[in-house]
Design a protein around this ligand. Structure first.
Ligand code: ARG
Length: 288
């Protein structure tokens, strides 16, 4: 859709008004401006946001073309097979499902790669419209964001060096150094199991695994599918014990954004029903 700057600004303003009038409107209106409006506490602030949105639409030129249709996903692309870098591209299960959702919503998907523990704050602040990062639904996260229906299941597993005979599962972890990516459920669970002082936190699970291979830590606690990828690439590692728990992955949106939540849930529903999500999942996670 090619819009003149003026029309785009007007549309943005309308989108703002619609969202102020308690979330009326369609997918196209879920733009940065809408989220700004939702965050605006008073009418004055909201009006300021409209003006800002107009100015932005005017100064961004080309970008105005997509002003009504870009949806921004926050992720951390260090988590194969869920999301990872392939050259310049960010690929994996989540980007593919997100693309399918964006297609259903008639929006253009834009992916923002960031540290895992920056993702939820980016949704809270409205920098991203949604988070999709192999992200587990937890009570703690539910305090700051709303989760869609779940689209996948996972569990935590322990990786150790292949010749390790001491660690046979979570019960034998005491006093051992456990590594995880900062802010993940692996980090939180490790902290519960061995105490804060015995947990080493890394920017990515890749770094944690390197550290394990070098013998700097004794184990890494992480999600099952990425663990499988590491095991297939590192013969000097093995899994200790069985999967520890059950976790569910879902997409996070800004608290109270029921409009976007419903739209994404609708899309997930359809993509589950027609087999698209299974198909994407099977492509990246080969059956046993
Ligand atoms: N499922 C875990 C969690 O939610 C780990 C997710 C890590 N995701 C990533 N893209 N690095 O905490």
């Amino acid at each position: 859709m090619k819009l003149t700057k003026k029309a785009a600004a007007a549309m943005l303003a309308m989108a703002m008004m619609a969202s102020l009038a308690a979330c009326g409107g369609s997918a196209e209106e879920t733009t940065a401006a809408t989220t700004t409006a939702a965050a605006a506490e008073t009418e004055a602030e909201a009006e300021e946001a409209v003006t800002e949105a107009e100015t932005e639409a005017e100064t961004e030129g080309e970008a105005t073309e997509a002003a009504g249709g870009v949806i921004v996903m926050g992720t951390n692309a260090e988590f194969e097979p869920w999301e990872y870098h392939d050259g310049d591209a960010i690929v994996g299960i989540d980007p593919e499902i997100a693309q399918a959702i964006a297609d259903k919503l008639g929006m253009e998907l834009q992916i923002e790669d960031m540290a895992f523990d920056a993702i939820i704050p980016s949704v809270v602040s409205g920098k991203c419209d949604f988070a999709m990062a192999g992200m587990t639904v937890t009570e703690e996260r539910k305090v700051s964001v709303d989760f869609t229906d779940t689209y996948a299941e996972s569990s935590l597993v322990l990786l150790v060096q292949a010749d390790n005979t001491e660690i046979t599962g979570p019960d034998s972890l005491a006093d051992h150094k456990v590594g995880a990516q900062t802010g993940t459920t692996g980090d939180l669970t490790a902290t519960e199991l061995v105490g804060d002082g015995n947990v080493e936190r890394y920017n990515s699970f890749f770094e944690a695994v390197q550290s394990l291979k070098q013998g700097k830590i004794d184990a890494v606690l992480l999600d099952s599918a990425p663990a499988k990828v590491f095991l297939s690439q590192n013969e000097d590692l093995k899994q200790a014990g069985d999967a520890m728990n059950k976790e569910e992955y879902a997409i996070a949106v800004q608290k109270g954004n029921t409009e976007l939540l419903d739209q994404i849930n609708g899309a997930i529903d359809e993509l589950q029903a027609d087999g698209t999500i299974d198909e994407i999942m099977n492509k990246y996670i080969p059956a046993e």
